[in-house]
Each structure stands twice: as C-alpha cells, then as structure tokens.
Ligand binder design. Structure first.
Ligand SMILES: [Zn+2]
Length: 171
C-alpha cells in the first residue's frame, strides 16, 4: 500500500486528518493545504504480431514477480499515457510500437500500490525481435489463445475486450 502522508508537501508541517467531501484527508493545519490522493495511472500494451501472437513479459520484480503479464508500467510526469505505453513496451520487451487504439480503461485496488487506473492500448509492433529489459526477465510471443496466465486482472479484461471485438468483426 502507498504510505500515508505525514508531512505537508508545501510547508513540511505535520498534517492532521480531516473529513472533506466524504473522505478522511491529510490536511495541513499550518497552510491549510489539502492532500488529495488519486489512483495512479498505469499504461499497458496489447501487442499482436502478424501471426496473431500476443507479446507477454515475465516480471522480474514484485508485485507478482515471476508471473507473466502484458508490457505495463506507471505513467511518468511529462509524458502522455500513449507515450508511457510505448515507453514501457520498448523498455520491457525491446519493441518499438505504434498506438492503434484505446482498448480498455479499468480501476483496480492493488495490495502493493493502492488504487490504480489502468489504460490499455492495442499497439502495432514495428519490429518483432523481443528482448527483455528493465524489470522484465523474459519477453516472448504466445498463441493468443494459449498464453500463460496473466498477473493482472486489468490485462485479462483488456484481452477479453479484444477477443470480443475480433469475434464480432469475423461475423
Ligand atoms: Zn502546509
């Protein structure tokens, strides 16, 4: 879980808890700054190659270390959510990509990070030579219907949407 705020980010005074707009919030008694807290934005990529294989990465760090997932990571300050998605793809799988379209947005509560907002894009790969990097230990292509179980519910949900869309377009 994210750590509780103890000191004011503006003036450094110790904060107190006050109920504002229905939630207990850290408020600075010295400068009255209210520390609103929000879900952290996460970007993730569904990447398919020309054989309709799905790109997955194996996690080298907690949470869910050792499990597979889609390329995924937190958006940084100063970048768009699309840039975050393509950066994580490049860092974790060594693949350059191009955003095709927004696939899914979903909210989760993680024991590790607290509240998250995960934005998943369908990404067209500009190369297919996968090379694990950053916090991924492996990067590999899998049959879309036979990939390993994925660590995150947001990944399952986005893939479910993708399969529904492709099923519909085949009719
Ligand atoms: Zn303050």
């Amino acid at each position: 879980m994210r750590q509780a705020i103890l000191h004011c980010i503006r003036c450094g005074h110790r904060v107190t808890s006050r109920r504002i707009e229905g939630l207990d919030r850290a408020v600075c008694p010295a400068c009255e700054h209210v520390h609103y807290e929000n879900p952290l934005p996460v970007a993730s990529a569904v990447v398919l190659d020309e054989q309709n294989r799905l790109l997955c990465v194996r996690r080298g760090q907690e949470p869910q270390k050792g499990e597979w997932c889609l390329p995924i990571g937190f958006a940084e300050l100063g970048e768009t959510i699309e840039e975050a998605c393509l950066r994580e793809l490049k860092e974790e799988a060594g693949i350059e990509g191009k955003i095709d379209h927004l696939l899914d947005v979903s909210s989760q509560t993680s024991d590790f990070y607290g509240d998250l907002l995960t934005v998943t894009f369908l990404v067209i790969p500009l190369s297919t030579e996968a090379q694990a990097g950053d916090d991924a230990t492996e990067a590999a292509w899998f049959d879309l219907n036979k990939h390993p179980p994925l660590a995150f519910a947001s990944n399952d949900r986005a893939l479910g949407k993708l399969k529904k869309i492709s099923h519909r377009s085949k009719k």
